[in-house]
Every structure is written in structure tokens, then in C-alpha cells.
Design a binder for this molecule. Structure first.
Ligand SMILES: C[S@@+](CC[C@H](N)C(=O)[O-])C[C@H]1O[C@@H](n2cnc3c(N)ncnc32)[C@H](O)[C@@H]1O
Length: 415
């Protein structure tokens, strides 16, 4: 006789806000499940003689109520939903039996067959909750969940909205160049944009993945006419936003680190256009890191200072106090300083930094073309000339430069 396949579970979304949920056992299972129950607004009671430090912290923060005792008859019947996850099989069985009698939906961490409910693998993207059940293969559920959530986030899984989305303007920090180093939010907004105004620096590769209807504008090529280049970019943002388009201003690193992001936000605000700012991974930290240089290291540098080197120290337009920087012991990170590095090194030495202070230049960090040149304050100007170092490069000055276990060994590539 043919065996009957088990009927599939019936998926449902429980609206737990303000409703009592009981969790038996304060171990790893509770630690994993409690945040989502709390996020759903459930009124959670944990019954357990002990708990992991994270679960204990949730109780201390008032997110859950913790009763420090073992399961007792009556705990389950009072709840809409129960998670049974103690290490005591016999207690779990009794709790399950109570759940059956009181018709409380009950998840069993130790015995899926004895459960009346299963927890799907869940994820969220842009207001969509994805929940996957495969029966008896939780790894597959997680893999399918990851594929769907990732696809929704990066736009590769088209999910048209029937309710029209309001157009938006976002200043997005794209990170230092490697397309993997943009934030999840930044990537999602890119996938939703109608127009992208992009800088030369940042994750240009991501632009290739966009659907053909998306208009990509190179910020460097916006004609400025009677405006300054920045004003022309501001105007382009305003004009596209006023046409009702969703506009992303994609910038290298973080929008507010030497990125003129605030000027753009102010121009939009003056035009009455709200904008979202999505932080990005700044090259000032990530590019040294990608070349194996920590900007701080215990016992070596307790501070790091990020400065712009786009004007030379003696230039009256410079707002940087190089004499004060020379007196600091910590790490100096100079952006936009390749052309002026000779004058910068000379100023630091003149104000007291040792000429032998290590310096590294990391050109085109996090991209396939990344390279690192090592020098000292005394030799850096000559090394930059000899090695033909070109912008973009991050310059790191300080003892952290020689801190890597073996500075000739680049960090392993990302998996
Ligand atoms: C106008 S600033 C913008 C900085 C950006 N907002 C950030 O947070 O990284 C440009 C400078 O950042 C540095 N830079 C940006 N990306 C870089 C990269 N991938 N490799 C090396 N330097 C980079 C260089 O010093 C470059 O001249």
C-alpha cells in the first residue's frame, strides 16, 4: 500500500502584539527566538530556572518577564502560543500535553513531531516578511529564505508593488569601492531608484546590475554653466525629485566624510524636498583595514584623526592645525593628500613628529587595483614620485602601519 505523504503545514502570520506567549527554557533556542517575539510586540513570559546572559539582559531591560522556576501545569493554557525548549524531556512532554488539551499552538525545540507548530525560517526586506517551511530540512529553509531576501534587497528578484511607492531622494554612502561593501539599505534603495547620480569613487560595478530603465548620471559630467559643479549637482537632484522620480545620490565612502553630503541635504531641504541619508563605510577606516593596517591598536594608538590634505599646510585656506597634529601620538589618516604629501610630511616633521614615523599609502583600496606603498615621513615624497602613486589613495601615518603580523601579507580576500 502506498504511504501517504504528510500533509504540509498551514502557513499563517500570528499577530502577537499584546498577546501572551510563554517560553519554557532560557537557553540558546530562547536566545534565538525571543528577539523576533519581542519585535512582534508579544507579551512574553519566560519560565526557566536559568538563562543565557543575552536572555537575562532582555529580562533586565524589561523586554520579557522572567519567572525563575521550572514548568508548572497551567503555564501553557494561559498563553496564545508556546515555545517549549527546556533540556528536560519529561517536562517538555508534559507541556506539550497541556498545549494539546488547552489548544495552544506549541513549538517543540527537541521534537518537531510532537509539536503542533513549526517555526519557519524568516527574514524581512522593505516591509515584506519572508517565511519558509520545508518540513524537515531547516538548512534548506534558511537557504531559500536567504535567496529570496537577498534577491528582494538587491532587486534581482522583481517584486512589483501594487500599491505605488512614494518617490524618495536618498544620499547613499556606497563604501570604498568593493560592491560588497555598500550597506543593505543602500543597495535596496539603488534597486528602487529611477535616477542615480553617481560619483567617480564608490561601487561603480553596482551600476552595471541596474535594469535598463534606470537613468545613471555621472556627477562629474553634469554641465554647470553659470553654476559651480556642486550647485549643478544639487540642482540636478532637485529637478529629478520635482519630476516625481526616486533619486539616489550615490557617493563614495560615507556621504558626510569629505563628501559634501550636507550641502546636498541642505539644498534639498531649502527646496522643500525631504531626503534620507544612508551612512556608508568610509575609506578612511576601511581602506587601511583592507591593506592590513588597523587605525587603532592596543598599546600603540589610542586615537586616530582623519584630515583632508587637499590644501597644503601653508595654504591660508587650510583649516587643519598641523602643529597640533604633529604633537599627537596617534594615527593620522589623510584623504585627498597624494599631491600634497611632501608638504604635509615636512610640516609634521617641522612641528616635531619623528622623520622615521611609518607611512603607508593605499591606492584604490578594496578594488582589484589596490596597492600599498610603505615609506616614512622622511622618504614618503620621494616614494610617491618613484612609485607614481595616484589618487584615490588613503595615507596612514603612525606606528600602526608596521603593526600587521607580516606587512607583506595582504589580508585574505573576502570569501
Ligand atoms: C572626496 S573624498 C571622499 C571620501 C569618502 N566620502 C569616504 O568616506 O571615504 C575622496 C578621497 O577619499 C579617499 N578614497 C576614497 N575611496 C578610496 C579608495 N577606494 N582607495 C583609496 N582612497 C580612497 C581618497 O583619499 C580620495 O581622494
Amino acid at each position: 500500500m502506498a504511504e501517504h505523504a504528510e500533509p504540509p503545514a498551514y502557513p499563517v502570520g500570528l499577530r502577537l502584539a499584546g498577546r501572551r506567549v510563554v517560553v519554557l527554557g532560557g537557553g540558546q533556542v530562547a536566545q534565538r527566538r525571543l528577539p523576533a517575539l519581542v519585535a512582534a510586540g508579544a507579551d512574553v513570559t519566560l519560565v526557566s530556572p536559568s538563562a543565557t546572559p543575552s536572555v537575562e539582559a532582555m529580562a533586565e531591560a524589561g523586554e520579557i518577564r522572567w519567572e525563575r522556576r521550572r514548568y508548572e501545569e497551567g503555564d501553557i493554557g494561559a498563553a496564545w502560543y508556546a515555545l517549549v525548549a527546556t533540556t528536560d524531556r519529561e517536562a517538555n512532554d508534559r507541556a506539550s500535553a497541556e498545549a494539546e488539551r488547552t489548544k495552544t499552538w506549541c513549538v517543540r525545540a527537541d521534537d518537531a513531531e510532537a509539536a503542533t507548530a513549526w517555526t519557519p525560517a524568516t527574514g524581512r526586506s522593505d516591509g515584506v516578511t519572508v517565511a519558509v517551511l520545508t518540513g524537515h530540512d531547516p538548512r534548506r529553509s534558511a537557504a531559500v529564505r536567504d535567496a529570496v531576501v537577498e534577491g528582494l534587497r538587491d532587486g534581482s528578484l522583481a517584486a512589483p508593488q501594487h500599491r505605488a511607492r512614494d518617490p524618495f531622494v536618498a544620499l547613499v554612502g556606497g563604501g570604498p569601492g568593493d560592491p560588497d561593501l555598500i550597506t543593505v539599505r543602500g543597495r535596496r534603495l539603488l534597486a528602487q531608484a529611477d535616477v542615480i547620480i553617481a560619483d567617480r569613487l564608490g561601487p561603480r560595478d553596482l551600476l552595471d546590475e541596474l535594469p535598463p530603465h534606470v537613468e545613471v548620471i555621472d556627477a562629474a559630467k553634469i554641465p554647470y554653466g553659470r553654476f559651480m559643479a556642486q550647485e549643478a549637482i544639487n540642482q540636478a537632484l532637485i529637478d529629478h525629485a520635482k519630476q516625481g522620480k526616486s533619486v539616489v545620490r550615490l557617493k563614495g565612502g560615507d556621504p558626510f566624510v569629505f563628501g559634501r553630503g550636507m550641502e546636498e541635504a541642505q539644498a534639498l531641504a531649502e527646496a522643500g524636498i525631504p531626503c534620507t541619508v544612508v551612512p556608508g563605510i568610509s575609506s578612511s577606516i576601511s581602506v587601511p583595514g583592507a591593506a592590513g593596517i588597523p587605525v587603532t591598536h592596543r598599546g600603540v594608538a589610542h586615537e586616530f584623526t582623519v584630515v583632508s590634505g587637499h590644501v597644503a599646510p601653508e595654504d591660508p585656506r587650510s583649516l587643519v592645525d598641523w602643529a597640533a597634529l604633529a604633537r599627537l601620538r596617534g594615527t593620522l589618516v589623510v584623504l585627498m593628500g597624494v599631491d600634497k604629501i611632501g608638504a604635509i610630511a615636512a610640516a609634521l616633521v617641522a612641528h616635531g613628529r619623528a622623520p622615521g614615523t611609518p607611512v603607508a599609502l593605499v591606492q584604490e583600496g578594496t578594488t582589484a587595483a589596490q596597492r600599498r606603498i610603505d615609506a616614512t615621513l622622511a622618504t614618503v615624497a620621494e616614494r610617491v614620485r618613484a612609485e607614481e602613486v595616484r589618487p584615490p589613495a588613503v595615507i596612514v601615518i603612525g606606528d600602526v602601519v608596521t603593526e600587521a603580523p607580516d606587512k607583506r601579507t595582504a589580508p585574505a580576500p573576502a570569501p
